[in-house]
Design a protein around this ligand. Structure first.
Ligand SMILES: *Cc1c(COP(=O)(O)O)cnc(C)c1O
Length: 378
């Protein structure tokens, strides 16, 4: 059988998801329709209570997107125009965009071997410039950063940490969940994320009661009570409809989804033996959730991508351009780049993500393994 006869292996399979959970989603839809209440009601409150423990947080505040959750997090912490926010050059653009939307200044240092912000470089930056008082790290690919190191950084320097957990729901380091070490965190329910919805959504997370109140106000026009506006807020509310679908159709499957991602990652780690493809190393205390499965390609990445495509396998690059090199940042002109970013640029040039999603069966995993092992340097 040639690759043309085999089903394509995509980065996600939303149709298979629908076949699995469509009935539960319909029931959630009917429940909200019958309730006659569509914005900030029982479904959002109930989903928020169910979500918070996934980040060891006391409060979750549903909002319209992951981007908004991060902007709300920064604003809840009083980030003001001109304030410097230390962050990573390698992430979804939204991480930096949240900083810019507050009028704050992104400050970049290089990444470590796993593509996350290098905490040694971050510590050096905080040492040199005490006017940097905010740090926005990303648990990239669903790989938890070293939370002990992150906490030590916050203890040593006067820096407030906002964790970007858009890719890391359920990930843990040393038994603690991502999102639990910073003052607050943000996550996303964009469809491709590990807990994805049928559109946009996100959540702010914190264990600080006062911060949670501020976030609730910020997502709802800055109201403290009906028609009482204490601050300039946003309209960034998670819909009742999405909250109901997330809690009643997606969440009951989340534990199984993460287990499936881990099982696929284990097979890739054990069975892909091509020395031209290096997986990320996993720290002994880390329990990643594998939002993506990156390999670092020695050789021509485009050729590998073509080779996989010819075998009916999709792949993707995360991320092809480091954030400070994006035109929007260059033209905006305020960003500060403290390092040459050699590792981040090398990562951008060499990373390739293999398909890893909960509806992939063993036969599909085997095809990816075989295609990876069959690739030779052209
Ligand atoms: C997806 C993502 C975001 C943005 O989330 P949206 O819901 O798409 O706004 C932010 N940071 C990271 C790391 C992401 O992967």
């Amino acid at each position: 059988m040639s690759a043309a006869d085999l089903p394509r292996i995509a980065m996600n399979d939303f149709r298979a998801a629908w076949a699995d959970l469509g009935d539960d989603a319909h029931a959630a839809f009917a429940r909200v329709g019958q309730s006659g209440w569509f914005v900030l009601g029982r479904e959002v409150a109930s989903f928020e209570r169910a979500l918070a423990p996934w980040f060891d947080a006391r409060h979750a505040v549903g909002c319209a997107s992951g981007l908004d959750a991060l902007e709300i997090a920064l604003r809840a912490l009083d980030v003001a125009p001109g304030d410097k926010v230390l962050t990573t050059p390698l992430s979804a653009f939204a991480t930096t965009l949240a900083i810019l939307k507050c009028g704050a200044v992104p400050v970049f240092v290089d990444v470590d071997a796993r593509g996350a912000i290098d905490l040694e470089r971050a510590a050096a930056a905080l040492e040199r410039d005490p006017t940097i008082r905010f740090l926005l790290p990303v648990h990239l690919f669903g790989m938890p950063m070293d939370l002990d190191h992150l906490q030590a950084l916050a203890a040593r320097h006067d820096v407030r940490i906002i964790e970007d957990c858009a890719q890391s729901i359920g990930a843990a380091f040393g038994g603690r969940k991502t999102g639990s070490v910073g003052r607050c965190a943000g996550t996303s329910f964009y469809p491709t994320k590990n807990l994805g919805c049928f559109g946009d959504g996100g959540a702010f997370l914190t264990s600080d009661d006062a911060l949670a109140d501020r976030a609730r106000s910020l997502r709802d026009y800055g109201q403290s009570a009906k028609y009482v506006h204490d601050r300039v807020g946003m309209n960034s509310r998670l819909d009742e409809l999405h909250a109901a679908i997330l809690e009643r159709a997606m969440m009951p499957r989340l534990e199984g989804y993460l287990a499936r991602r881990r099982a696929i990652a284990r097979r890739y780690a054990d069975e892909i033996v091509n020395p031209l493809l290096a997986p990320l190393t996993v720290a002994s205390q880390a329990a990643p959730v594998w939002h993506l499965y990156p390999v670092i390609v020695e050789g021509d990445r485009d050729a590998l991508q073509r080779h996989l495509r010819d075998a009916g396998i999709d792949s993707a690059v995360h991320y092809p351009i480091v954030i400070p090199d994006q035109r929007a940042i260059v033209e905006q002109g305020t960003a500060t780049v403290l390092d040459p970013l050699e590792r981040a640029r090398l990562f951008a040039a060499r990373e390739l993500s293999l398909p890893i999603h909960p509806y992939m069966d063993e036969a599909a995993v085997t095809r990816v393994v075989d295609a990876c092992n069959a690739w030779a340097r052209p």
